[in-house]
Design a protein around this ligand. Structure first.
Ligand code: EPZ
Length: 421
């Protein structure tokens, strides 16, 4: 298994280009199942989760031609489609459940593996299943699979999500796109990957999706979708991660390829700790402060709140603040796995239920640590970058799921990092 060797401390400077968004690409790739015509998707990040989703779509019988050099893929429906999404593919990437909505609305049947839990939480799909049931899907859960079928075309309905869920909102939008009649979804997740990218992608292909309230969307079903070529947005969490890297290392970084308006909450938080930030429509310039001020309480929330996917990175930042802070994790039940590893690097953090109390003024010292999930791993990289001495970060396959060429990007902006295979 690959690992990273990082020799700190490093000062971050230069320019970094943000890759395409993993979490916008995954539902858009799943949406390709809805098409009879060809779909071309560009600005696709070369990360493992995208490879897994493309393997899944190929396993359903679609022709998939990926061009890694141009970060693009062309997907075309073949004559022989099957509707079986296997455990072997879905278990490594929970977003595999996003093929359920498209399969049931397009083909009237699907056998998809339950995603299964992961380290950060149980990851249930009850909101997905209840919404699809309201549209006319019948299902039985047997031996870890959802066996779904629909006696006829799905029918539009009014659906209220009891809790805000990114994946359930995406699955319902995808299923409603080809349903008969009108669907109204209430209490939706409104992350930009959904409200901007997925909506724009489907509407440009002829869908009729209209956001009629802050968290309410109306979808008028259509018979079919047109051929489309679409470029996905930049990755919001990769951008946020590099913003924290500059702030934490007294660095000076220009970040290209992401619309700064979509990361306002986190940029305002970094300004509060002392970072100097200048933005224009596609560029963020950020200078890290000499002193990092603590933020009394950082609380993760659904967008537009502080993203849960930024929680571990912000925790490393608060370790360097000159005072005490608290981070409250409201989205996942077990998303503090990075705490133990940060303590190995010298952090003083106490966890009480979903709150982490961070002492601050940590002088990180290089050590050997272990990645546990995608975002926890990148927090260890950030800590290693500002640690005194050498760190070894094991199991970086977690990182390869969601950060494209991260060691190349970090080397280019001044980090002493090597991948050991
Ligand atoms: C998406 O996961 C993202 N993944 C996650 O990013 C992100 O952390 C999460 O949204 C929250 O923003 C992708 O977009 C591929 P949810 P998702 O449904 O859709 C509970 C990363 O690092 N819930 O909004 O699975 C759930 O357990 C990943 O890129 C139910 O109880 O998140 C969680 O506690 C990690 N029942 C909360 O809701 C359901 O049916 C939010 O989950 C669905 C969710």
């Amino acid at each position: 298994m690959d690992k990273f060797l990082i020799k700190g401390p490093c000062k971050i400077k230069g320019t970094v280009n943000i890759s395409g968004s993993k979490n916008a690409s995954l539902p858009i790739l799943a949406a390709s199942i809805l098409f009879d015509e060809m779909v071309e998707i560009k600005n696709l990040p070369n990360v493992r989760d995208i490879d897994t989703m493309l393997s899944l779509i190929k396993s359903l019988g679609f022709n998939v031609k990926q061009n890694k050099n141009s970060n693009s893929v062309v997907i075309k429906k073949s004559k022989k489609i099957n509707t079986f999404a296997s455990y072997s593919l879905v278990k490594t990437m929970r977003a595999g459940i996003l093929v359920l909505g498209p399969l049931i609305t397009k083909f009237g049947k699907a056998k998809t593996s339950l995603p299964g839990g992961c380290l950060i939480g149980a990851r249930p799909i009850n909101y997905h299943l209840n919404a699809l049931k309201k549209l006319g899907m019948n299902y039985k859960i047997e031996k870890g699979y959802v066996n779904a079928f629909a006696k006829s075309k799905l029918t539009g309905s009014n659906i209220f999500f009891p809790k805000i869920s990114v994946g359930a909102t995406e699955n319902a939008i995808l299923a409603a796109t080809l349903a008969n009649g009108k669907t109204i979804l209430k209490n939706c997740a409104i992350e930009p990957e959904i409200k901007n990218d997925l909506t724009n992608f489907l509407n440009q292909a002829g869908a009729k999706i209209k956001w009629i309230g802050k968290r309410t969307v109306e979808i008028k079903g259509v018979k079919s979708l047109k051929k489309i070529s679409y470029s996905v947005m930049g990755d919001r969490i990769e951008c946020g991660t590099f913003c924290v890297a500059a702030t934490i290392s007294k660095g000076n970084l220009k970040i290209k390829g992401f619309d700064p308006k979509l990361i306002n909450t986190e940029l305002n938080l970094l300004k509060k700790v002392g970072a100097k930030i200048k933005i224009n429509e596609k560029l963020i310039s950020i200078a890290g402060p000499e002193k990092i001020k603590p933020i009394k309480n950082i609380v993760t929330k659904e967008w537009p709140g502080v993203a849960t996917d930024m929680q571990s990175q912000l925790m490393v930042l608060m370790c360097r603040a000159n005072g005490k802070s608290i981070i409250t994790e409201n989205i996942f039940e077990n998303r503090f796995l990075h705490v133990g590893e940060l303590q190995r690097l010298g952090a003083d953090i106490q966890v009480k239920k979903n709150k982490a109390i961070i002492r601050g003024n940590t002088k990180f010292v290089g050590a050997e640590v272990m990645s546990s999930d995608l975002r926890a791993s990148v927090a260890l990289v950030l800590a290693a970058i500002i640690s005194n001495g050498k760190s070894t970060i094991n199991r970086i396959y977690h990182l390869d799921r969601g950060y494209e060429k991260i060691e190349k990007k970090l080397t280019k902006i001044g980090v002493n990092i090597k991948r050991i295979s």
